[in-house]
Design a protein around this ligand. Structure first.
Ligand code: GYE
Length: 318
């Protein structure tokens, strides 16, 4: 017995070490994540893709990145292929709000958690996705409108450059802005067109609007900075001064736009932070470990105008 006891202790210790190392191996198993991105329509999007890619590399995550090139059908195809490849989690930035249920049902059947990032979807069955991580687009539109109402004392003729038709940010930024300016009968949207969140389209659409409405345009409300920067090119080409002859209000707060605020060409840009790679992978780690995560997590966004842009420009990360 005296001899047996130390031996038993050794065996037990050995067993314990073996199990612990198995656990460690399981914990270290490389995570496979599929990300169905919308495309590369704007500087915001580039920063978002970069955040997802660099953070995956930092954490040793095997990221399967798919660029949807602006088409929902490409994103759906990518999600189907992630399911076939047996990834641990699927991340989608849904280009439009509707039409996701069938593919999400396939992911659910395969027991792969789906994290919606950046844009929300419309569905009857919220159990089809684990959670949403992104910004509150309605709040952004409201902030832009409130700033404008104050700046103009509730007066002015507005042209609106909308984002991608059917996308959550275009829908909500439009709705929120409309709701907020309804309190100011002097603020009127005289025209509203889609510039698809792209700089080149924003420029072309603004050229057409200037041709149609001439000097009667007093304000541009752009659903993102890229379209605002495109519109600025059109305004300057028409011999007008953006930021002075025409007030420019926009959303995203990419570094180039905050610089345009410093230069007096954009009057205000509401932040929409795209750098949420770390938050997405933290959430995936929790889901894979079987932990609960909040159904909706919103990023905190600020507003930049001539009072604070110069102070932050050096530190802007995107
Ligand atoms: O504002 C725009 C981009 O979905 C929040 O999409 C995103 C929007 C962003 O292309 O620049």
């Amino acid at each position: 017995m005296q001899k047996l006891l130390p031996r038993l202790v050794w065996v037990a210790a050995g067993l314990f070490a073996a199990t612990a190392s198995l656990h460690a191996q399981a914990a270290k198993k490389q995570l496979k994540v599929g990300f169905a991105q919308t495309g590369a329509e704007s500087a915001w999007r580039t920063a978002n893709s970069e955040s997802m890619k660099s953070e995956a590399a930092k954490r040793g995550i095997d990221l399967k990145f798919s660029d949807g090139q602006g088409k929902q059908e490409n994103q759906i195809r990518a999600v189907r292929s992630f399911i076939t490849q047996g990834v641990d989690a699927i991340v989608i930035a849904p280009i439009v709000e509707t039409g996701w249920d069938p593919v999400l049902r396939d992911a659910k059947r395969a027991k792969i958690p789906v994290i919606l990032t950046d844009r929300t979807i419309k569905t009857e069955d919220e159990s089809l996705f684990a959670c949403f991580i992104g910004s509150d687009f309605y709040e952004e539109g409201r902030m832009a409108a409130d700033w404008l109402a104050k700046k103009t004392s509730g007066k002015g003729r507005i042209v609106e450059l909308q984002g991608t038709p059917g996308s959550a940010p275009a829908n909500e930024r439009r709705k929120a802005f409309g709701d907020a300016i309804a309190k100011y009968p002097g603020l009127k949207i005289i025209d509203s067109q889609s510039g698809n969140f792209e700089r080149s389209t924003g420029k072309v659409v603004m050229e057409a609007l200037l041709k149609k409405h001439g000097r009667t345009i007093e304000i541009v409300y752009a659903h993102n900075d890229d379209m605002a920067l495109g519109a600025i090119q059109a305004i300057e080409a028409a011999g007008l001064k953006p930021g002075k002859d025409i007030i420019i209000v926009s959303i995203d707060a990419i570094k180039e736009a905050v610089q345009a605020v410093v230069d007096g060409k954009i009057n205000c840009t509401v932040e929409c932070n795209p750098l949420f790679g770390p938050k997405v992978y933290d959430t995936i780690a929790k889901l894979v470990a079987g932990e609960k995560v909040p159904k909706k997590a919103f990023n905190k966004d600020e507003l930049f105008d001539s009072t604070n842009a110069a102070a932050v420009i050096a530190k802007r990360q995107y």
